[in-house]
Design a protein around this ligand. Structure first.
Ligand code: MCA
Ligand code: AMP
Length: 503
């Protein structure tokens, strides 16, 4: 009887008394204490009726117990559905009901807002706070530990919701094997061992923070400096105790603004990894000038885990995301076809391998549109490979904005704005933003002679959309530029509003 993900990530460390987590305030949690907590939490979840294969949704703050919930979910054979802490109750309602979650776990402070959401979806609600509070924390303390539940590699371990260019958010179904194969490839590629101490300042509701950073630290048997959020000064202060850091480009640009970022400050580190959004070659160069390190940039997606990485040994090339990881097949096709482009030409990046997800939950048409029958997944990213095989991402065919590493699908924001009084139509675009990479601009066309009240638009957006999805700049326009087919010309809007955040 085995549970492959548990056996690879957690089982080897269950008896070890070395530190797994360095917590804020100076406390530490050992691998053994963490494993014991997770085994009891798995017991508590089972006591509350969860069975293997059940979806366990959570919107909780980052803490040691939040990480134990991941381990408990793997141990009990559940399908974890982690949700962004910035989501509004309206957004959570969709995910919980779409996933048919058996249980929703929330912060104790959110009970009032989320109890009706859970009731409407016929989902049990439990609470888990960052400070040991909450009904699940209490139930864990008194529960009996359970043994790991048997699972096959093809069994699902998680759903991560990703928005789409059309329609509703899609639950990307990730199997144990999807996570396992990528954890193995990355641990090896980036040389993670028990000597590593990773600065972990990412959120743990996305692939980057949870499956990349956590899984490979666990697989290597090392430790993490477990920070609730990213703060440049705290991260800088942690570097003398750490060996590695993973982050989105905003982490690096914010650290570069710290005068304390020097060769001395980074002398104990061995590796800096960046991903989730493009890093400007200029940021790479500035980082090398200040620290002597070359940032290792890699590329991935929720549906595929990590796809390509610059090499650990060898040339790390700014402006590229490196070479496909071992076991991952990559090809570049003429968009809309399965025909590869000629060498060096730009086309649609397609990916195949054990890392590629098992489809979108209850959306067979959407799955068929993006995941070909022969296993190739159409990423929506446009790329080119150079003569040495290095991949550069040169654009996106999908209408997507990446702000501070969070994805925003303009259509979702436009739908909210278009439904508001005084708005005939709208177009939302991402334009350069020094801190977040891209920032959101909404171009709004009034439906009469009186322009809509912008503060009312902001308030309405705030009610329906997580803060990071809310446009920061609103512009009123008489009409939207369209091509001869009637399609809004977003490139033209991006050009017109390119300086929205630079003045
Ligand atoms: C916070 N805000 C944002 C963002 N984050 N707005 C737009 N985009 C964001 N990413 C809001 C805050 O609510 C706040 O609102 C205002 O912007 C400024 O907040 P600030 O304190 O400056 O921001 P922060 O809290 O320091 O957060 C910035 C951050 C954070 C540290 C860059 O967004 C972050 O941790 N990003 C990482 C995202 C990530 O893990 N992505 C991986 C997913 P107000 O105006 O009300 O004050 S992608 C993935 O997993 C794929 C597979 C991959 O390849 O990795
Ligand atoms: P998500 O769907 O949230 O998993 O975001 C994945 C998307 O982030 C990819 O399809 C890319 O567009 C983008 N992405 C991730 N890493 C990089 C990178 N290093 N450079 C450019 N874009 C990236």
């Amino acid at each position: 009887m085995s549970n492959p993900l548990h056996d690879y990530l957690f089982a080897p460390h269950e008896e070890r008394t070395e530190t797994l987590l360095h917590l804020p305030g100076g406390d530490v949690l050992t691998h053994a204490d963490f494993a014991a907590r997770a085994a009891k939490m798995a017991g508590a979840l089972t006591d509350h009726g969860l069975r293997p294969g059940d979806r366990l949704a959570c919107q909780i703050r980052k803490s040691a117990d939040a990480l134990a919930l991941y381990a408990a979910s793997v141990r009990a054979g559940l399908v974890l559905v982690p949700l962004n802490t910035a989501y509004t109750a309206a957004e959570i309602a969709y995910f919980v009901s779409d996933a048919q979650a058996a249980m929703l776990i929330c912060d104790p402070g959110d009970t009032e807002a989320l109890a009706p959401v859970a009731a409407a979806a016929d989902t049990r609600l439990m609470t888990l706070g960052p400070d040991g509070s909450g009904a699940l924390a209490e139930a864990t303390s008194s529960a009996e530990p359970i043994a790991p539940v048997a699972r096959a590699g093809t069994d699902l371990a998680a759903f991560l919701y990703t928005s789409g260019t059309t329609g509703r958010s899609k639950g990307a179904m990730l199997s144990q094997d999807n996570l396992l194969s990528n954890a193995r490839a990355l641990t090896d590629a980036w040389r993670f061992t028990a000597d590593d101490v990773l600065i972990h300042a990412l959120p743990i509701f996305h692939t980057h923070g949870l499956f990349v950073a956590v899984n490979i630290t666990l697989a290597g048997g090392g430790a993490m400096i477990w920070l609730p959020t990213f703060r440049a000064d705290t991260v800088l202060a942690a570097m003398p105790l750490a060996t590695t850091m993973m982050g989105v480009p905003t982490f690096y640009t914010r650290l570069l603004a710290e005068p304390g970022l020097t060769r001395n400050a980074t002398a104990h580190m061995r590796l800096f990894v960046s991903g989730s959004a493009p890093m400007l070659p200029e940021t790479h160069r500035q980082w090398t000038d200040r620290t002597g390190f070359r940032i290792l940039e890699r590329y991935g997606m929720t549906e595929t885990n990590m796809i390509a990485s610059n090499p650990y040994d060898g040339d790390r090339r700014p402006g590229t995301v490196g070479l496909p990881l071992p076991g991952v097949d990559l090809r570049i096709c003429q968009p809309g076809t399965a025909d590869p482009v000629r060498e060096g030409e730009t086309g649609m990046i397609e990916v195949r391998g054990p890392n590629v997800f098992r489809g979108y939950w209850r959306m067979p048409e959407k799955t068929a549109a993006e995941l070909r029958k022969d296993g190739w997944f159409v990423t929506g990213d446009l790329g080119r490979r150079d003569a040495d095989g290095y991949l550069s991402i040169v654009g996106r065919e999908k209408d997507l904005v990446i702000s501070g590493g969070f994805n925003i699908y303009p259509q979702e924001v436009e739908e909210v704005l278009n439904g508001l009084p005084g708005v005939l139509e709208s177009a939302v675009v991402g334009v350069p933003h020094a801190d977040m990479g891209e920032g959101l601009v909404a171009v709004v066309v009034p439906d009469g002679d009186t322009p809509p009240d912008l503060s009312a638009l902001r308030d309405a957006a705030a009610e329906r959309l997580a803060r990071f999805k809310q446009p920061r700049v609103y512009v009123i326009a008489a009409e939207l530029p369209r091509n001869t087919m009637g399609k809004v010309q977003k490139a033209e809007l991006r050009k017109r509003h390119a300086n929205a955040f630079s003045s």
